[in-house]
Write a protein that binds this ligand. Structure first.
Ligand SMILES: *Cc1c(COP(=O)(O)O)cnc(C)c1O
Length: 362
């Protein structure tokens, strides 16, 4: 067996231990005589799987009792609509637009009410996080929305916005469980699993209880009401059962390997190796303002699109997969989520050094 280093932004690498355990349990889950894929989500066995996943996630993140954890479907993108449908009671909310995903959420909110752009970094191709210390938030806004880590552009909020007492809602899809956070700073945070915690198909929403009410916008479909899912323990209908099972294994792996403090340490180490190289390189350069750099997604360019293409082709041949930048920005991007080992980043930097030596004077 040979596993390559996969720098995909998502679906992305998962810990080998998790995949191995899932493989071992594939045909016969702990004496049940069937796979988790084949079992009723209402069975005792599955109930234990989903309950343990939730309990382990609560431990990892230190989620207070007054927050609900929901395992939903429809990807992170469905949240772009669910959030305004459930929370835009005054039909007005503020959005900080720092990239493609924030832009999409902002556009979706406009379907339901007045979405106000509080700040944006579109003027410099989303290469920085705007100052959010004094946003034009008004009293009638229902919430303030951010995308905390911008997967495509490689920026991350280092401090949360001053929301002036308004509820903060954050899309944390690409930085979820990459470091410890204070959940109480958020009214809601959510993440599509396929970036940092599991397979595609499940979106994890963590919502302060008092926000989950029946008072939603008229004509909100049943499946798009948080209260329905909260009241039914994420089992109103069939949940993405197998995806939740794998996420549960990832949570256990995180707990076993030192929790989120340790993850932060390792993720900072990995990011430093790559950013230090980019800062010293004469060929490659990072595209993000140093103060806004993401720990998870690292975009870079050579400044020459032909050389970028050559690098992508040669790196792929050398066993470094998915380094091509997002189709909307070009260049390269290395996503170095939790499951990417330090050795993977070191090997990439060695490869980049070699490529630089060979191509510097081309
Ligand atoms: C990938 C991504 C999304 C979209 O996720 P889907 O599950 O494909 O809908 C939304 N937000 C962020 C930050 C992402 O990285």
């Amino acid at each position: 067996m040979s596993r390559i280093y996969n720098f995909s932004a998502g679906p992305a690498m998962l810990p080998v231990e998790v995949l191995q355990e899932a493989a071992d349990e594939m045909l016969d889950y702990r004496g049940c005589g069937m796979s988790v894929m084949e079992m009723s989500h209402r069975s005792k066995v599955y109930e234990t799987i989903i309950q343990e996943a939730q309990a382990d996630l609560r431990t990892l993140l230190g989620i207070p009792d007054n927050y609900k954890v929901l395992f939903l479907q429809g990807g992170a993108s469905t949240q772009f609509a669910m959030i305004p449908m459930n929370f835009m009671k005054n039909r007005k909310a503020g959005y900080v637009v720092t990239g493609q995903w924030a832009k999409k959420a902002f556009a979706e909110a406009k379907i339901f009410g007045e979405a106000v752009e509080l700040a944006s970094s579109a003027d410099k191709t989303f290469s920085y996080i705007p100052d959010c210390s004094d946003l034009p938030i008004t009293d009638d806004m229902d919430y303030v929305y951010i995308c905390e880590n911008n997967t495509i552009y490689g920026t991350k909020f280092k401090t949360l916005p001053n929301t002036k007492g308004k509820n903060l809602i954050a899309d944390v899809s690409s930085c979820f469980l990459s470091e410890p956070i204070d959940v109480t700073k958020y009214a809601m945070l959510y993440a599509g699993a396929q970036k940092n915690v599991g397979p595609a198909g499940v979106t994890i929403c963590i919502i302060r209880e008092d926000l989950i009410t029946e008072d939603v916008l008229p004509q909100t479909p049943t499946m798009l009401r948080y209260k329905i899912h909260a009241d039914n323990g994420s089992m109103y209908n069939t949940p993405p059962a197998y995806a939740i099972y794998i996420c549960g294994k990832v949570f256990k792996w995180l707990l076993k390997t030192g929790g989120l403090e340790k993850r932060k340490e390792v993720n900072e180490e990995k990011a430093k190796i790559l950013y230090d190289f980019l800062d010293s390189s004469e060929l490659f350069k990072g595209t993000v303002e140093p103060a806004s750099r993401s720990l998870m997604n690292v975009p870079f360019v050579t400044g020459d699109s032909e050389l970028d293409a050559k690098f992508i082709a040669e790196s792929k041949a050398a066993g470094f997969e998915n380094l091509k930048g997002h189709r909307t920005v070009g260049g390269m991007r290395a996503s170095i989520y939790n499951a990417m080992p330090v050795e993977g980043v070191k090997a990439l930097v060695e490869f980049m050094k070699k490529f630089e030596a060979e191509n510097k004077h081309a």
